[in-house]
Design a protein around this ligand. Structure first.
Ligand SMILES: [Zn+2]
Length: 82
């Protein structure tokens, strides 16, 4: 299981810019977590399901929880070196 600290460190060390979540089933826009300045943002990019909202800051805990709940993302786990 990843901790928030591990994920944050791995993102910095591996210079990870984006963690794709899934494509919007309507327009194909890639929903993702993105990173900037030691912070996590959730990019919900398109406005198919709800009104458009700019990337919102989220917690490292949330991202760690997301990764822990998606063990089938083996490439991602490898990328994180965890
Ligand atoms: Zn869309």
């Amino acid at each position: 299981m990843f901790t928030a600290e591990q994920v944050k460190e791995a993102v910095a060390i591996n210079n990870i810019r984006i963690v794709p979540i899934r494509d919007c089933s309507l327009c194909g826009y890639e929903l993702s977590y993105r990173f900037a300045n030691d912070k996590v943002y959730f990019d919900s990019g398109c406005d198919c399901v709800s009104y458009y909202s700019p990337p919102q800051e989220r917690s490292w805990q949330e991202l760690a929880r997301y990764l822990n709940n998606n063990p089938d993302y083996t490439d991602l786990h490898a990328k994180f070196g965890l």
